[in-house]
Design a protein around this ligand. Sequence first.
Ligand SMILES: Nc1ncnc2c1ncn2[C@@H]1O[C@H](COP(=O)(O)OP(=O)(O)OP(=O)(O)O)[C@@H](O)[C@H]1O
Ligand SMILES: [Mg+2]
Length: 273
Amino acid sequence: MPEIAMSARGVSHAYGVPGSASHVATLDDVSLDVRRGELLALIGPSGCGKTTLLNMFASLVRPLRGTIEVDGQPVTGPMPRKVAFVFQEHALFPWNTIRDNIGLALKFQGVAKPEAAERAAHALEAVGLADFADHFPGQLSGGMKQRASLARALSLDTEFILMDEPFAALDEQTRIVLGEDLSALLSRTRKTIVFVTHSLGEAVLLADRVAIFSARPGRITGIIDIDEPHPRRSQFATSEKFNRLRGDIFGLLHDEIRKSIDDSVHRRSGAAA
Ligand SMILES: Nc1ncnc2c1ncn2[C@@H]1O[C@H](COP(=O)(O)OP(=O)(O)OP(=O)(O)O)[C@@H](O)[C@H]1O
Ligand SMILES: [Mg+2]
């Protein structure tokens, strides 16, 4: 088994027609290795191409230049048995209960009904939603919907999971507690996970490494190792080490966020002129 689970090599990407107003360069020569069994966080200014890169690992978007590999193979199409995706929007079917939403995903994967029921119950337990299995998405809060969507991805039992801001709808305290649970869960399963976050604290609490992106078009400006064993407890979130690492990431991000804000102000004033 290759030590590198997923990789991007010299990946560039843009949306729209070159030379037209719709043209947006999103990624610029991004090379990144995801190691097997690690939790890699992607963090960077809004619009820098994080979701685009995640979509490439899921084969939902193709690079303009460069290559994407998953499990040592160039990506040629979706791999639902290998890669699960937790979308930035929760993407649950509103007309199905949470249990049935998970059941449906498992059915598509060809899992037999009794095993699907067992896996769904187990995954809902893991994210603290056992009592809400028979509720519909519309009856849950934003954070609960995100957790349901996470349960669905976990139930698929794929080796790789891609998560696009899975906890964005949660308050800071719930994030820490759920992060603790997730850290324990993941240290048992050794899954390979790439997740996008805007939260410095979440990146430090969960990740083994954090890749920091520049403002659009995204380039990787640094990778920070979070050298702390899993499972991580909430005490880690109040330690000096935690704050130091958080500060290191912020240091790399700050100028880029300033640049992306200035750029959008500049664009707006340009459009108004
Ligand atoms: N389907 C699309 N068609 C055209 N342009 C798009 C499309 N999706 C995204 N973009 C543009 O590409 C850029 C990168 O988008 P992407 O969603 O990858 O950013 P992101 O880093 O995930 O941002 P955020 O942190 O806000 O979620 C954005 O600036 C956006 O304008
Ligand atoms: Mg995004």
